[in-house]
Design a protein around this ligand. Structure first.
Ligand code: SF4
Length: 225
């Protein structure tokens, strides 16, 4: 499969925030978010071909109990089913992070789905395709129906995003509010901090969870964190 990087870090977002984890970041994405924080997996994908047994062996040798398969869009990878099944067979807790636009066959212990809203739309020639792909709810419904343990994360740019988030949840629901996480948009700790009070207030108002972007606070972002 096409892999941009593997690394060990603390999970930066979501219900397992702070958990030491081995990350497998695949390269290639069917979306083009304007604020993508890993453009080397989407706008200008980089990486190398890695085989599944080697990736599993590397994850096991990390000595950590948690593996996060992320991207890019990992569900684009033909070997995603084989990879996730082998990781789980090795007694590893597997989180799969996806935008939820594909309903590929795979296994996980936690489905971490981050549906994209209009605040992600890019300018230019990729805009129409991005909007069409992110607007298809069928893969998202299928994933949520299939994967028991799940979280649904939204990137929030400002308060105007909330009506769209609520409408999307209605379309794919029911999703328990304590499985819905809001996180501030930002590619730096400073940008995230500027939006944090607004996002915290929205979480209190709607009963959603707030998620930090811990990797930005601790490591400043960039590759390998
Ligand atoms: S779905 Fe994720 S990897 Fe793909 S463009 Fe959007 S933020 Fe980047």
């Amino acid at each position: 499969m096409y892999v941009a990087e593997t690394f060990v870090s603390l999970q930066g977002e979501g219900m397992l925030v702070g958990t030491p984890s081995h990350f497998i970041r695949t390269s290639g994405c069917n979306l083009r978010c304007r604020w993508c924080d890993t453009p080397y997996t989407s706008w200008l994908p980089e990486g190398e071909r890695r085989n599944v047994p080697a990736l599993v062996a590397e994850a096991v040798s990390s000595g950590l109990g948690h593996v996060v398969v992320t991207g890019g869009e990992p569900l684009l990878q033909r070997e995603i089913g084989e990879l996730t099944r082998r990781l789980r067979a090795a007694d590893l807790h597997v989180t799969v992070e996806t935008a939820g636009t594909l309903a590929s066959d795979f296994e996980c212990d936690l489905l971490s789905v981050s549906p994209k809203t209009s605040n992600s739309d890019p300018q230019g020639e990729r805009r129409a395709a991005h909007r069409r792909i992110r607007g298809d709810r069928e893969p998202l419904r299928a994933l949520l129906a299939r994967c028991g343990e799940h979280q649904v994360k939204f990137v929030i740019s400002d308060g105007d995003d909330i009506p769209e988030v609520l409408a999307l949840l209605d379309e794919i629901g029911p999703v328990s509010p304590d499985r819905v996480l809001l996180m501030p948009e930002g590619r730096s700790a400073r940008e995230v901090a500027a939006k944090a009070p607004l996002v915290a207030a929205l979480c209190l108002q709607h009963g959603f969870r707030y998620t930090p972007r811990l990797h930005l606070d601790l490591f400043g972002g960039g590759r390998g964190v």
